[in-house]
Design a binder for this molecule. Sequence first.
Ligand SMILES: [Fe+2]
Length: 301
Amino acid sequence: MITASQRVARAASPFDPDNDFGYRQWREEKLARYPVSMSALKVEIRDPRALTATERDALVTAIRRTNLVVYACGIHAAEPDILRALGRQLGLARLDRNFLADDDGLSRVTVAGEKRRGEFIPYTNRPIGWHTDGYYNPPERRIRAMLLHCVRPAAEGGENTLLDHEIAYLRLRDENPAHVRALMLPDALTIPAREDEDGIARPDETGPVFSVEPRSGALHMRYTARTKSIEWKRDAAVAAAVAALARVLATPSPHHHRITLQSGMGILCNNVLHERTGFVDDVAAPRLLYRARYYDRVAGT
Ligand SMILES: [Fe+2]
């Protein structure tokens, strides 16, 4: 027989640092279902604009396990409509629009000819460190899902590494529950006022790294490995947690998924942690990706 307090603990989020029982249950299930090979996270789709029930099911099943999936389709042309149509079939409707994105809320990620865009990293060929998308966004523009579709890869490089943010949470909590407690503090991470990577002026943005969505109970992560223009709370536990997280990210594991997107391939995820290596372009056919960021999480995950 369980006590009333145990019942309350069981009903609480597994991500609550005080809910040890719920966490252990969640952890066991998460690891048992987690595929260790990238091939289990790849789904072939014929036409992303019109998924079959089997294809949609395969995408959702993968994302349920790992918060991410890589698809490969036969469309190699630059058709941004693919993203909108694919997103819609997966419950992704609310696009995060910004000033430098094209009018329909999609971004073309390519090395910029214009100086303005070139000042911001996604529009250069330099490496990009670990982050989740929109870490500088205010809570009402929280990015819960992201779609990245490759029209043309670079001549060389441009590899992404992806890590499910729930796995990062798990590794930190296993190492020391104080780490996740510190990273859940409401003032753990501040991005000072300035222009963001897309050139939008914005105020200071203070918030936690890990938070639990009140409605869905999903874990959200807000993170950047950058060291400039970022303020971590001055606190020994936060400093220890940030260092531990950097170690988790930098240490290759079976949960780190490396992928160089080829033409017609894409990444669909619940805004997991990712980084990108630098690349070299063929000047006649530079690397081109389309990116969509959504306020919604992939439906059914
Ligand atoms: Fe990103």
